[in-house]
Design a protein around this ligand. Sequence first.
Ligand code: BDP
Length: 640
Amino acid sequence: MMGSTGAKCALLAALCGVCQALQGGMLFPTESPSREVKDVSGLWSFRADLSPERNRGFEQQWYRSPLAETGPVIDMPVPSSYNDITQDAKIRDFIGWVWYEKDVWVPARWIQDRGARIVLRVGSAHYYSVLWVNGVEMTEHEGGHLPFEADISGALRQTSGNPCRITIAVNNTLTLETLPPGTIQYMNDRSRYPAGYFVQNTNFDFFNYAGIHRPVLLYTTPKAHIDDISVETAFSDNIGLVSFNVSVLGCSKAAVKVTLSAQDGRCVASADGSRGVLKVTDVSLWWPYLMHENPAYLYSMEVQATAEDGQTDVYTLPVGIRTVKVTSTQFLINNKPFYFHGVNKHEDADIRGKGFDWPLVVKDFNLMKWMGVNSFRTSHYPYAEEILQMADRHGIVIIDECPGVGIKDIRSFGNVSLAHHLTVMEELVRRDKNHPSVVMWSVANEPASEMPPAGFYFKELVSHTKSLDSSRPVTYITDSNYARDQGAQYVDVICVNSYLSWYHDPGHTELISLQLNTQFDDWYDKYQKPIIQSEYGADAVPGLHSDPPMMFTEEYQTTVLQNYHNVFDQKRKEFVIGELIWNFADFMTAQTITRVVGNKKGIFTRQRQPKAGALLLRERYWRIANETGVLPTWARYPCQ
Ligand code: BDP
């Protein structure tokens, strides 16, 4: 887990002669005796740059003066996607730069305290962002799902006394080298399209929601501050081991003290120094919630760093002690077999698009626990950190996926794409490495992995991810033919998506059993690695019924599920280690002839009401939980 960027540097040096290894940490902003946090989300001013080249904002330097002075602005909630907020289809379908602005007051004591750093952090903005404070550029960031931040102390102190004007320009254009990739197509037939007409093409099946999707925070740290913490955990008998590595920036030397406390506040271990191993006797392990009476146990690790001038920075990190291991037939958590009975999700819901929303997050966790879901995949991009924190606290296991979805064009396997993909994995591991709920990294979903360049691409991607974190297995999700897939040889767990009786042999559920058995046997015989059915399912328009079942009815969806389950129940005695339904809830997609206001493969509607499939899975997941695990005392359904 203690990252090495050596492999990527070597690759990048070979590719383009430059090493752009990621610098610094990205700790989640929390309050402490030495740190304050101020949330500046809320209503922002907003304007889409509708000029033909989408470039007027830069030409006219809209960041230099209040946005309302250079043209009309509208209210835009942050966090949210901007797409579904207005009544204007031009905004919903907009491609290009949009401009956000907000005036905030920074507490005077922050400005006056010259020993304080003031940092502005954006949880995520899709896709490319440029950030200014009082007209001065602070930073740029590529990528739609991971945080970025800038130390804005200097810019603020130069203009102290004034409000702080934050301007963020966000561009959702996807190219062959972005993640996910896309292409812009200009339509040149003047008899059918007006001059300058273009569309964004993508190869993924979800709406390209855009905007500032996660909270925008201001926070302080002392000048000498804890920049990053990495922990890795293990145990032997009843002794837990927590190895830690703390990096401190802003001073030449700092005295670091690390203290680990149990949930009752008792100190169970402590150490001095920026690296070391804490030993915890009578350890309480972090368990998934359906494996133990006392699941999701989190210790609290307090790190103190004191600089030469006596200033101390304090940061507290929750730590779950657990191990993860993969054999040729099993996935082991704390040396016990774990069977993934879970869901694939999206961060998508109603008018907020992909905007972070606590009621939605809590509702989804309640639904997952109601159903006996023990795991989910962050399909097809990293989710908000708050969601991972919830999973840590509730004992739900995560396959953490990067935005490597829709890599179908051979040009997206080139060196520029690969270098960016490696950087995204660095950003993802840097952000999520300390979450006990995260048990595996997924580097891509359904790439064209049978194409010749995919072999080199996935070899580099998997080995780089392992060099960043040797404690977790790595996978990618494939729908390629087992005999032609070029990358599966490098992964630890084979994750296969298939839509039998849907995209293949539509209407023929009687073929599922034969075809699914063949699918599993082919993959296992070739690789002898455990397999997760990482997607399967069928669209069901809620309330549509037919018997005998027909496609798009609730009955058809449940029939597909049942046929898959019969095979899972045989194969989970051998090497199948999990099943993740596609999808937890209906979600929005681009408009196409195969989607009826979005994808309807949810077992819940987009409003989170159950279809028949949810009840079927609830019965099944609790039955499996009763067979394989130890239920927590609150879990009474359905057999106790
Ligand atoms: C799979 C994709 C997923 C789609 C799903 C579908 O991984 O993103 O939404 O198919 O078509 O191929 O419903």
